[in-house]
Design a protein around this ligand. Structure first.
Ligand SMILES: Nc1ncnc2c1ncn2[C@@H]1O[C@H](COP(=O)(O)OP(=O)(O)OP(=O)(O)O)[C@@H](O)[C@H]1O
Ligand SMILES: Nc1nc2c(ncn2[C@@H]2O[C@H](COP(=O)(O)O)[C@@H](O)[C@H]2O)c(=O)[nH]1
Length: 392
């Protein structure tokens, strides 16, 4: 990480940016990391997303990066400050849950994507105050009872758990609703979205594509709930290898005969599908029970007993479901007109008004979790009624 060379930042203050005309109301920031200066440009009218351009000092030329992640919409302006390998961007005049963003410039995810895509890469991630509980990944052969156990958990603890709604290219069953049980989609659309990095994991399962979008997991956490994923063993393996910290449970059947009976009695599959799912089940059970993907094995023989075991391993035995929810997450209200600075590992957001000493906000970025392509969680803040020199 290097200091911003004065001449370069000065040069970048004026004039057009590589064809980016700075119209009235536009806002830009420059942040230098090593040989590169990252320029973020917002239109200031809340319609366009904040654009990113890079000036490579060593080459003396502009670079158009591939920008991954959900881009923040431009607003009344924004400030930026370097936070190790990401740039913290604070939007002005945005809603309390849309004020803090991170532009990752050299995180592990960005390095991986740069290698994969062979281009310069940056990635956006929305900053979130507080943490989310570890998601629960439930896996096991088709027909073993994953969905049944998850439904029981969600029914007993509706405010505690939320379901990750997967995408699939298989046709909906009779009672299945789009957006509730799955996001039903076309193969060509899903393949394109996979290429664009929309999915945390995806796999070809029993002849169809299935995938968990980054958003499917994040919206559950945003709602303050613990996310449950019902995915196959290949998907569980991918999530295990990702940056998402989760608890992995493998559900196994009492026997192949019982598994076949459950699949047939469910009455949702054609004969061809039943045989295919049973063939795949053998490999899945072998992988599930022999690999080190899973933290817990759940033997689903008697349903009620299995459900009790599931609750026990999630620490929910004896838990009274009606007990009040934990305190609401803290809301951060930043002054519209502000400036951002960094003192050691603290980000100070202060009112842009001179002599204003109240409502200094100290943002703690020491325990960040997650990041692009999902949210960056673990932010904390304190409102301090003190002037900056008292903090130094
Ligand atoms: N312990 C159990 N004993 C008997 N039947 C069960 C048990 N658990 C689930 N079932 C039944 O087995 C069938 C399959 O269960 P379920 O649909 O939950 O399986 P699944 O693992 O979610 O399957 P898929 O992976 O195909 O979605 C259902 O009809 C369900 O009622
Ligand atoms: N890897 C993923 N597997 C998934 C996902 N969503 C569901 N699944 C698994 O697919 C099979 C079949 O499901 P069905 O609804 O067609 O019976 C089952 O094992 C699910 O766990 C996903 O997003 N990724």
């Amino acid at each position: 990480m290097g200091e911003a060379p004065a001449f370069l930042v000065e040069d970048l203050q004026d004039g057009p940016l590589n064809g980016l005309e700075l119209k009235n109301g536009t806002c830009k920031t420059t942040t230098t990391v090593g040989d590169k200066t990252y320029v973020t440009v917002g239109a200031g009218d809340g319609t366009l997303s904040i654009d990113v351009q890079i000036f490579d000092r060593s080459l003396g030329e502009w670079v158009h990066p591939t920008v991954l992640g959900t881009k923040p919409l431009s607003c009344k302006g924004h400030s930026a400050v370097l936070c190790e390998n990401r740039i913290l961007v604070v939007k002005k005049g945005s809603k309390s849950d849309d004020q803090i963003w991170f532009l990752e410039v050299d995180t592990e995810y960005v390095r991986q994507q740069r290698k994969k895509l062979g281009t310069e890469v940056v990635a956006w991630s929305k900053g979130v105050i507080g943490n989310a509980e570890k998601p629960i990944v439930i896996s096991g052969p088709s027909g073993v009872g994953k969905g049944t156990l998850i439904s029981m958990l969600m029914k007993e603890f509706p405010s505690m758990f939320g379901f990750s709604v997967s995408h699939t290219t298989r046709a909906p069953r009779n009672m299945e609703k789009d957006g509730v049980h799955y996001h039903f989609t076309d193969k060509s659309v899903m393949e394109k979205e996979i290429k664009n990095g929309k999915f945390l994991e995806f796999a070809s399962v029993h002849g169809n594509l299935y995938g968990t979008s980054v958003e499917a997991v994040e919206v559950v956490a945003d709602a303050g709930k613990r996310c449950i994923l019902d995915i196959d063993v290949q998907g569980a393996k991918s999530v295990r290898a990702s940056s998402l910290e989760a608890i992995f449970i493998f559900v196994s059947p009492p026997s192949m005969e019982e598994l076949e009976k459950r699949l047939r009695d469910r009455g949702t599959e054609t004969e061809e599908q039943i045989l295919k799912r049973l063939r795949n089940a053998k490999a899945e059970i072998e992988q599930g029970t022999s690999s080190n993907i899973f933290d817990f094995m759940l033997y689903n023989d008697k349903l009620e007993e299995s459900y009790e075991k599931l609750k026990k391993l999630l620490g929910l035995d004896g838990f009274v479901a009606a007990s009040p929810k934990s305190a609401a997450p803290k809301e951060i209200n930043l002054p519209v007109d502000h400036s951002v600075s960094k003192i050691d590992d603290k980000i100070i957001i202060s009112s842009g008004l001179e002599k204003e000493t109240k409502n200094l906000i100290m943002l703690d970025v020491s325990s960040l979790k997650g990041g692009a392509p999902g949210r960056t969680r673990g932010l904390d803040f304190q409102v301090i009624g003190a002037s900056l020199d008292k903090l130094c």
